[in-house]
Design a protein around this ligand. Structure first.
Ligand SMILES: [Zn+2]
Length: 399
């Protein structure tokens, strides 16, 4: 039974703390990670109370050590400081100080908080929440799971009840192969989800945000799923579990409950923190959107772009629009893409990728000299670009 409990803990710790691909990345750096020690929690931080919880905690700390060394963690101090500031607004400086925050570069919508106080925020979430209040809604939700010890409660329930989980633990199949199965077994219960929604909204209100933004997060996810389905000509999965929203289905019931709670506890009307959010994310959105494009989900990408362009087409949004059309490459897409990159450049865009995109589009449009000029301009503006060898080859010897 001890072995079973430990195996379950490892699966759960992996689920709560890290993505499967992060395990792979991190393993390569295990030696370095072992040297790293975790920060000491302050006196306000929660301590594990019994054997189950201590074991779960230890395995989670091991997961955190691996995560800490991962290349996918974004270390930009400004971005980290901003997300932490939002978190501290919600939970107060004392509790906030003991939380370790990891912003992970991956295009999925997700955030989680492990039982030991390690919070993980995916870049795909930062691309989807449209203002500070919406980000606060998700962080408050995850914090409520943590503060209510939902991870431990879930672990105990599974340990007592689930024969499937026992089998999973004993077969010794790797965590990665069994991850999707584990995800369905280890989803929080509906009661815990309701508790997290209501606790998160209360934190938002107390911190002075407009709580109507909480239900919008999930409404937007539903609209995005519709957009994915419309382009793929399939049925929307918005009322199903699974996919990238597996652990947090954006159900109509969730949207309705949150909207109702916001009526009862409105917070500060109009306090969405849109400007501070845009200022903090502006530098990163092109990177996050580029990752999103690689998911090859045209409907969702188009939807996200339109949502972000609600306040006008900034140079980077024009860049992103250009990328979307250039990669789709149907009908007049390449010519339209070339136009969007040009508009971005004319609007004073500094992003070197505007020239890369336009150069590649112009090569496709059989304007080789213009294309090469743009690619050389890209290399001049971005001399350390990861793709410089390939682009230099395409730019030819015209320099
Ligand atoms: Zn949740």
């Amino acid at each position: 039974m001890a072995l079973l409990a430990r195996s379950l803990r490892i699966v759960l710790a992996a689920l709560l703390a890290i993505q499967p691909e992060l395990v792979e990345t991190a393993r390569a750096q295990e030696a370095a990670a072992q040297a790293a020690s975790l920060p000491v929690a302050d006196e306000e931080a929660y301590k594990p109370v019994d054997k189950d919880e201590r074991g779960l905690w230890m395995d989670t700390e091991e997961g955190e050590r691996q995560l800490k060394a991962s290349q996918q963690v974004i270390r930009d101090p400004a971005l980290n400081a901003y997300v932490r500031k939002v978190l501290c607004n919600l939970v107060g400086p004392g509790k906030c100080a003991s939380i370790r925050l990891y912003i992970v570069r991956t295009p999925d919508f997700n955030a989680s908080m492990a039982v030991n106080g390690a919070m993980v925020v995916y870049s795909g979430l930062l691309l989807r929440t449209q203002n500070e209040a919406q980000l606060a809604a998700v962080l408050g939700h995850e914090y409520t799971h943590f503060a209510g010890h939902h991870g431990l409660r879930m672990f105990r329930q599974v340990k007592e009840k689930s024969a499937a989980a026992a089998w999973l633990a004993f077969t010794g199949i790797g965590l990665i192969a069994s991850f999707s199965m584990a995800a369905s077994l280890f989803s929080y219960s509906r009661d815990m989800e309701r508790e997290a929604d209501s606790g998160g909204l209360a934190l938002m209100a107390a911190a002075g945000y407009d709580t109507r933004e909480a239900s919008k997060v999930w409404e937007q996810l539903r609209a995005e799923m519709d957009a994915t389905a419309a382009v793929r000509n399939t049925k929307s999965r918005k009322d199903k579990n699974g996919g990238i929203f597996a652990t947090h289905p954006p159900t109509a019931e969730r949207v309705a409950n949150l909207a109702q709670m916001a009526t009862a506890n409105p917070g500060v009307a109009g306090a969405t923190g849109l400007d501070s959010y845009s200022a903090a994310m502006g530098h990163w959105w092109p990177v996050f959107f580029d990752d999103q494009l690689k998911r090859n989900d045209l409907g969702a990408s188009d939807y996200l772009l339109a949502a972000l362009a609600q306040q006008g087409w900034s140079p980077w949004l024009l860049y992103a629009r250009g990328e979307l059309y250039r990669r789709r490459a149907l009908g007049n897409d390449i010519a339209d893409a070339e136009k969007f990159y040009s508009q971005g450049i004319e609007a004073g865009g500094e992003l070197p990728e505007l020239w890369r995109g336009r150069g590649l589009a112009r090569l496709k449009l059989e304007r080789p000299e213009d294309g090469k000029t743009d690619l050389n301009e890209y290399l001049r503006r971005s001399p350390d670009a990861v793709d410089k060898a390939m682009i230099a080859m395409m730019a030819g010897e015209t320099r």
